[in-house]
Write a protein that binds this ligand. Structure first.
Ligand code: ASP
Ligand code: MG
Length: 463
């Protein structure tokens, strides 16, 4: 037991590792081991692999394939439950599972009749992925002798606004409520299984926190409970210093500051919800990213801020990039040009990956995903050129981005080492990330690979 019996761990199992009876059994083994070590454990689960996508598809095609997709979801969960449990557990939980599936079917039927889905109903339908998964996880724990109960994120105390599909947790209410709902369970020896991704509005409506939101749920719960750790069990051995299929020498990063983890959330091979690490900023809880299949193997700890950390941790190469240069002396000194260009991107649904403009104001460079380049360029052409606001629009598809992540990048000497490597290379853009914790170099694809290889070898691995 040791002296840890008051200590809380939040463990999160992601959709990428949940798709079979063996997965739920493995997860329950991990939880049992931790309980055996004297931890008090809160489990957070995602929907099974692919389920959220399927549920979303149903809400986007309420008339056509909904029935078939629904059948697939029901079948999948029944199979996993049947494969995980023996009688009498199976009978007991099969009933609960069927109840949930019926409720889902009824709601889908309603939208089929109406031929319309509101964002609120969409969130409600999508929430079934996590609910079904939590029910299975909790029943498998019970089956393995662990007293457990499953709760929705709302039941667990996550209160949000009503921006459906992208709901924002309300603080500090969430903190009070999470403590209020989970501590009594832990105190009575029950291991709660909470649905990730889901919250509840003040008016009681089900909301979702945005794709990948289970990570965020787990971190929120950990910080509210002042847990010692939140553990993300995933299909990789922590966060790697580079993509191993390009750089075989890449290795697991031992420690990331919160700023670095934020920079990497959306860039690395293992993606996190962009707000995942935010709740840990002013909290004593640390995060650990570790392998579901090899939990005692290499892992990454996320803890603390950049203060006192001079490392350069990771490098990412993205060659799915287009550059759009919006040019012309007509833009110089004219207030609102950038706003007009950005709002066109907004209208077109184009995500801007990076932006720059020199102080001469003669050009605005937008870095986009490859498939968005022509789309935005032709809109600028059609809408801003005739009005004399811009003179020329140029699309460069032969580009790539190298992102270097590390607190050390805010230090002149570390910057110097990177710039030394970049010296002599044609650079389209150079940008800095959150509080200097990353640097992005936009260049040609071949050059990007070469520059990345050298930075990885000489700065990241070389220390
Ligand atoms: N199931 C949700 C999604 O696929 C949330 C998550 O997995 O984190 O986005
Ligand atoms: Mg996820």
């Amino acid at each position: 037991m040791g002296g840890k019996s008051n200590k809380v761990l939040v463990v999160k199992f992601g959709g990428s590792v949940l798709s079979s009876p063996e997965d739920y059994l493995r997860a329950s083994d991990i939880v049992r081991d931790l309980l055996g070590e004297g931890w008090r454990v809160v489990v957070v689960v995602s929907a099974m692999k692919g389920v959220t996508d399927t549920l979303l598809e149903i809400t986007y095609s309420p008339r056509e394939s909904a029935g078939e997709l629904l059948g697939r979801i029901a079948e999948m969960h029944r199979k996993v439950l049947a494969g995980s449990l023996d009688t009498p557990y199976f009978e007991k939980y099969y009933l609960d599972l069927s109840k949930l599936l019926n409720e889902l079917a009824k709601t889908v039927w309603a939208i089929e009749v109406l031929g319309e889905v509101t964002p609120r109903i969409r969130d409600f339908i999508v929430s079934f992925g996590e609910k079904l998964s939590a029910l299975i996880m909790s029943s498998v724990l019970e089956y393995r002798g662990v007293k457990s109960r499953w709760l929705t994120g709302g039941d667990a105390g996550i209160v949000t606004d009503e921006s459906y599909g992208e709901a924002k947790p309300l603080m500090p209410e969430t903190i009070y409520r999470v403590r209020d709902s989970l501590y009594p369970l832990l105190d009575s020896g029950i291991t709660p299984v909470v649905t990730g991704f889901i919250g509840r509005s003040m008016r009681g409506n089900t909301t979702t926190l945005g794709r990948g939101g289970s990570d965020y749920s787990a971190a929120l719960i950990a910080s509210a409970l002042e847990a010692v750790e939140v553990r993300f069990y995933t299909n990789v051995e922590g966060v790697l210093s580079a993509n191993p299929s390009i750089f075989p020498e890449a290795s697991t990063i031992k420690k990331l500051a919160i700023e670095e983890a934020m920079e990497l959330s959306y860039l690395g091979a293992k993606r996190f919800h962009p707000r995942t690490f935010e709740p840990l900023k002013n909290s004593a809880s640390i995060a650990r990213i570790l392998s579901f299949y090899n939990p005692h193997g290499p892992n990454t700890v996320v803890h603390g801020t950049c203060d006192g950390d001079n490392g350069v941790k990771a490098i990412i190469v993205d060659d799915d990039i287009a550059i759009v240069n919006v040019e012309g002396p007509t833009m110089v000194g004219r207030i609102g040009t950038a706003a007009e260009v950005m709002s066109l991107a907004w209208k077109a649904g184009v995500n801007i990956r990076a932006i720059s403009q020199p102080i001469s104001e003669t050009v605005i460079t937008l870095v986009l995903s490859r498939s968005d380049g022509d789309k935005l360029a032709s809109m600028v052409e059609e809408e801003l050129k005739p009005r004399g606001i811009v003179e020329n629009v140029e699309v460069l598809n032969d580009a790539a981005a190298v992102a270097v992540v590390g607190c050390g990048l805010s230090k002149p000497e570390v910057q110097g080492r990177i710039l030394d490597i970049v010296k002599g290379v044609e650079v389209y853009g150079l940008l800095r990330g959150l509080r200097g914790s990353s640097m992005t170099i936009i260049t040609k694809p071949d050059t990007a690979l070469e520059v990345a290889r050298r930075i990885h070898q000489e700065v990241v691995m070389g220390g």
